[in-house]
Design a protein around this ligand. Sequence first.
Ligand code: UGA
Length: 432
Amino acid sequence: MKIAVVGAGYVGLVTGVCLADMGHYVTCIDINENKVERMKNGVSPIYEPGLTELLKKNLEVGRLVFTSDHRKGFKEVEVIFIAVGTPQNDDGSADISYVEDVAKTIAFCAESDTIIVTKSTVPVGTNDRLQALINLHKANDITIEIVSNPEFLREGSAVNDTFYADRIVIGSNSEKATKKMKEIYQDFNIPIYLTDIRSAEMIKYASNAFLATKISFINEIANICERVGADVEKVAVGMGLDQRIGTSFLKAGIGYGGSCFPKDTKALIQIAGNVAYDFELLKGVVNVNSKQQTILVDKLKKKFHSLHGKRLAILGLAFKPNTDDLREAASLMVIDELVKEGAEVICYDPIAMENAKQTIIHPQIRFAASVEDAVKDSEAALILTEWDEIKSIDLKVFTHMKTPFVLDGRNCYSLEQVKAAGFEYHSIGRSA
Ligand code: UGA
């Protein structure tokens, strides 16, 4: 099938590449010409395992093309996916203006019957509004129908998540559109859940909010574990054995970050507020997360009377491993706090370094070439991302620090391992 995908960000590019790999002819459209040129040459603008290989392969076989020209991209396509951003407004609500702009452009340009598939995360009711907008702006006497098809892929495992998703959710009020969507996804062999448009929109927010709730819940349990002498890792395993609970998303740490959970939880609170519903539980989840992000700084302050002039190493900057994404990463909040306290911060991340150098600019902040470089002469090391490289490092490296004091926000090491290496170590929800 001939398909266009508007917006070549995480969701759009991965979707486009994977649809092409399943045999569809895909045109990815992005307004950033520089990015389009790079993608045409097989260069992925994002770090995502497996993506570059598939990008190159599908470019070569001619199933994938890139353009910044919408009209050209929409030529002869039956289905157009919208995967542009829905950033956060100042009040926490989602800004849907980019999605609306794309819908209007489609209405102006489409010359034959078209199905629009909204992949972007949009507040409940948005697709109905888009349909009205399109009907108003349609330039030709054609049928344009909208389908909601929320995305559940994770950064860092996006390609794998697309091919092996637990479910595909399709919200549609049209039989014709539903049939087309089933055709698009038939070779993926993933269970399809068909529902109405508004429920599909809500499934996306409810899923992300529920996962964020699991994380804040286990983080609070971790904080209590530390005080009562229990071990949150063992508690999570014991809880997860109950199939009603499950083991996933019970990893205690320094809170969730990224471009989705922080934004979507706040947007859902707004969605509820707009219909006069106070989503108290989710407000708690958000508050717990922001406190959790700087929990290591509190521990640091307990150890040293003042952080002024102290050299502190930050290991891991990305909001999670296998991505170079720093958006809403705990590292940004931690570094901000440390700088305010007058500390000298030396950072290391295996992949997010280039991004970090452009994002985190301050005279008190420097970047190291390796873990060894970062911790050498430091008075404390803070582990903020559980990269394999950091998890598998020879722990002796920490014994060469000025003060061998390690605060591990991601529980990278077993307590036995650390005891044997011999340095002061504090992690999350475990009494060292
Ligand atoms: C999340 C969802 O998992 C995807 O299903 C969804 O499609 C995506 O948002 C989105 O809405 O686009 P992502 O933000 O890529 O995906 O990352 P996750 O792997 O979910 O991790 C989010 C944050 O939670 C990270 O900071 C991670 O460190 C943290 N986390 C995750 C924990 O602290 N503990 C856990 O047990 C799991």
